[in-house]
Ligand binder design. Structure first.
Ligand SMILES: [Zn+2]
Ligand SMILES: [Zn+2]
Ligand SMILES: [Zn+2]
Length: 126
C-alpha cells in the first residue's frame, strides 16, 4: 500500500517538475499537489529523483532549494554544466540550459559538480 502511494507521488512530482517552466521548491510542490503528500514523502521522492538523475537541486538567491528537470543525466551520475538564473523579485529560478559557465581552476582541483547561479531580474520582472 505504502509503495503504491509513493509510486504515485513520484510520478506526480516528476510530472510537475518536468512541466514547470521554472524550478520548484518543496513547499511549491506540496501546494501544487493540494497537500495530498506530506513533507517527508515529498522530500524522500525528491531525494530519489536526484539519485536517479531525473532532477537536480538549485539553491536560489535566498538559499531556498529548488528542483528542476534533468535532460541528459543518468542514475547516480549528473552531468550538466549550465547556468541558473535566480530572480530577486519573483524568486523564480530558471535553468539556462544553453548557457555554459567557463572557468579555469588551478590544476589540483577536480570539479565534480557545477553550481552556477546568477541573480537579478528575470524577463517577467525587468
Ligand atoms: Zn542532472
Ligand atoms: Zn522575476
Ligand atoms: Zn538546471
Amino acid at each position: 500500500m505504502k509503495i503504491t502511494r509513493n509510486t504515485i507521488a513520484k510520478t506526480e512530482i516528476r510530472k510537475l517538475i518536468s512541466t514547470s517552466p521554472v524550478a520548484l521548491s518543496q513547499p511549491e510542490i506540496q501546494q501544487a499537489l493540494n497537500d495530498v503528500c506530506d513533507r517527508v514523502t515529498i522530500y524522500r521522492v525528491l531525494d530519489r529523483l536526484v539519485d536517479e538523475g531525473a532532477v537536480h537541486r538549485i539553491v536560489n538567491v535566498d538559499g531556498v532549494i529548488k528542483y528542476a528537470e534533468c535532460h541528459q543525466c543518468e542514475t547516480q551520475h549528473h552531468h550538466h554544466n549550465h547556468v541558473h538564473f535566480s530572480c530577486e523579485k519573483c524568486k523564480a529560478v530558471t535553468c539556462l540550459e544553453d548557457v555554459e559557465p567557463t572557468f579555469k581552476l588551478p590544476k589540483q582541483y577536480q570539479v565534480k559538480e557545477v553550481n552556477f547561479t546568477l541573480s537579478g531580474l528575470c524577463p517577467n520582472c525587468s
